[in-house]
Design a protein around this ligand. Structure first.
Ligand SMILES: Cc1cc2nc3c(=O)[nH]c(=O)nc-3n(C[C@H](O)[C@H](O)[C@H](O)COP(=O)(O)OP(=O)(O)OC[C@H]3O[C@@H](n4cnc5c(N)ncnc54)[C@H](O)[C@@H]3O)c2cc1C
Length: 498
């Protein structure tokens, strides 16, 4: 059912809304507000849109131009709201292309794959267990089925009440999960939260299990953009926003947001103060903390404390290497890795990204990207970069003799971290100020969404909440069900609640 309200503002009554942050969340909020006729100003600190998926031009040692970014992102098929955002400029999602599998490899030699796993729950979870070499009959016998029952019936948000006070690793130990499967199936999830699984909330891990195994039939298969993010995604979306009349102010950080007596807010940048009727703060956790700290009149003391308590995950490294020779023809576009000295995944960009493919075809080389998440804070960068490169050479030995034509190393720390026990205090889309809402992958929305999809979903929710105040409708949102899809497994899972 469509959300209630009139279709859009009349020109005469359209409010002025500020959106701070031009990542997925801010773009979703700006799109919906502008489509409903609001006057939107999008403030983005960086020179380009996309946030953590932004890209920038760089010249390589061989003279060619390339687009650098933080690289590989999996656009899972369950990302219904993100896909809805991208459809604004690409109705058939033609700029996304599927990668055929999500292969995982452990240094001990075991390899898992999701391509052959059936996708209908509960067969998805059972199929994974049956097909995975990491679950031998002895492993299964050693598991505690009663402790595993919560996996069968994850409900959102109740899962947080029950499991947010427990660490992800502690939960797996309780279940007696085989060690190899820890690495392959679950550590990959928790590390995709940029966190050490010992510190991550078990609720977030259970939520991931629900999203990918028992709550949906899309499984762990995903798409990737067929060109660098700016060309494939953000430049078209930026043009779409401008056509809707949005003022897109890149290179313009918001420094503070002050409530006005008339119910609106004043947004302060480095050069001016701008009055708006409302604002969406769609910032990464560090920037949200800073902006709220610099805006003393905003919200209540308790809310401000909760924002200040938001945590940022440890630093991560993205190494991109332009090599003078190809990797073996059977290497997949993406490989999750575990047990390789901190290397979390390897992607071969020229398998799927047009720009990299053109460079590789021209030079006879390869473009390879390595991700290492949750690096120890304060670790010396060069040894980590070298370790990760050495790991590539172990996993793909044919790269050992390759010359590195050029390399880029991106070190950042701007992803949210969801430690044990943090859910209750996590800021929500609504704030104590009726005309200020929050969006982003750090923001709580009590729906089964994570990462980019949480960013897109909270962006639409943040815009929708403001629109509702003016009697204008938001947009229909889709998620995987908030509880397990299989009645039989739900019944079984309920036993675990007794
Ligand atoms: C290496 C890596 C791999 C990832 N892989 C995946 C994946 O495979 N699948 C997945 O779903 N997710 C993945 N993610 C997570 C994904 O990138 C994020 O969930 C998503 O991009 C968050 O979007 P956001 O809009 O909430 O935040 P951001 O993208 O961080 O956007 C916040 C924006 O606010 C801007 N800003 C900051 N301060 C100010 C200010 N004062 N004024 C104005 N603007 C400001 C920032 O420049 C930024 O553009 C990955 C992340 C990284 C880093």
């Amino acid at each position: 059912m469509p959300p209630p309200g009139r279709d859009r503002f009349d020109d005469a009554d359209a409010p002025h809304v500020a959106v701070a942050g031009g990542g997925v969340a801010g773009l979703a909020a700006a799109v919906l507000l502008a489509e409903r006729g609001a006057h939107v100003t999008l403030y983005e600190r960086n020179e380009s849109l996309g946030g953590r998926l932004a890209g920038w031009r760089t010249r390589l040692a061989d003279g060619s131009e390339a687009t650098m970014s933080r690289g590989f992102h999996a656009f899972f098929r369950q990302y219904y709201n993100l896909r809805g955002l991208l459809r604004r400029t690409d109705p058939g999602l033609d700029r996304l292309r599927p990668l055929p599998d999500y292969p995982l490899r452990h240094s001990g030699g075991l390899t898992d794959s999701f391509a052959r796993v059936p996708r209908t729950p509960p067969l998805s979870a059972l199929g994974f267990v049956a097909l995975s070499p990491t679950f031998g009959p002895r492993d299964l016998a050693a598991m505690d089925p009663r402790a595993a029952l919560p996996l069968l019936d994850v409900r959102v948000p109740e899962v947080y009440d029950r499991f947010d006070s427990l660490g992800a690793t502690a939960f797996l130990d309780r279940v007696g999960f085989p060690q190899a499967a820890h690495h392959l199936a679950f550590e990959v999830f928790s590390r995709s939260f940029f966190a050490d699984p010992r510190e991550l909330s078990a609720a977030e891990l259970l939520l991931m299990f629900h999203i990918y195994f028992l709550g949906s039939s899309e499984g762990l298969l995903f798409d990737v953009p067929d060109d660098p993010f700016p060309q494939a995604l953000w430049e078209p979306l930026g043009d779409y926003l401008r056509r809707l009349g949005v003022q897109v102010r890149t290179g313009t950080p918001v420094r503070a947001v002050h409530p006005d007596d008339d119910g609106g807010v004043t947004v302060r940048t480095d050069t001016a103060a701008h009055r708006h009727d409302a604002a969406v703060l769609a910032l990464d956790p560090g920037a949200l903390r800073e902006t709220v700290a610099a805006s003393p009149g905003l919200g209540t003391p308790a809310w401000r404390d909760d924002v200040a308590a938001l945590r940022t995950a440890p630093p991560f490294l993205v190494s991109r290497l332009w090599l003078d020779r190809p990797v073996r023809a059977d290497r997949p576009g993406f490989l999750g890795t575990s047990g390789y000295d901190g290397l979390d995944n390897i992607s071969v960009l020229d398998r799927y990204e047009g720009e990299a493919a053109r460079w590789a075809a021209r030079t006879g080389g390869a473009v390879v990207e390595l991700h290492a998440y949750a690096v120890e804070a304060g670790a010396d960068r060069e040894p980590v970069q070298k370790r990760v490169l050495d790991s590539l050479r172990r996993v793909y030995p044919e790269t050992a003799g390759a010359q590195i034509v050029d390399a880029r190393y991106e070190w950042r720390a701007d992803c949210p971290f969801f430690p044990v026990g943090s859910h209750a205090r996590r800021p929500t889309v609504s704030t104590p100020h009726p005309r200020v809402t929050l969006a982003g992958d750090a923001i709580r929305c009590d729906l089964p969404v994570a990462l980019m999809e949480r960013a897109a979903t909270t962006g639409f929710l943040a815009a929708g909440e403001l629109l509702a105040r003016w009697g204008v409708r938001g947009q229909v949102l889709w998620t995987v069900p908030r509880a397990g899809r299989s009645p039989a497994l739900r019944a079984l899972g309920a036993l675990g609640r007794r």
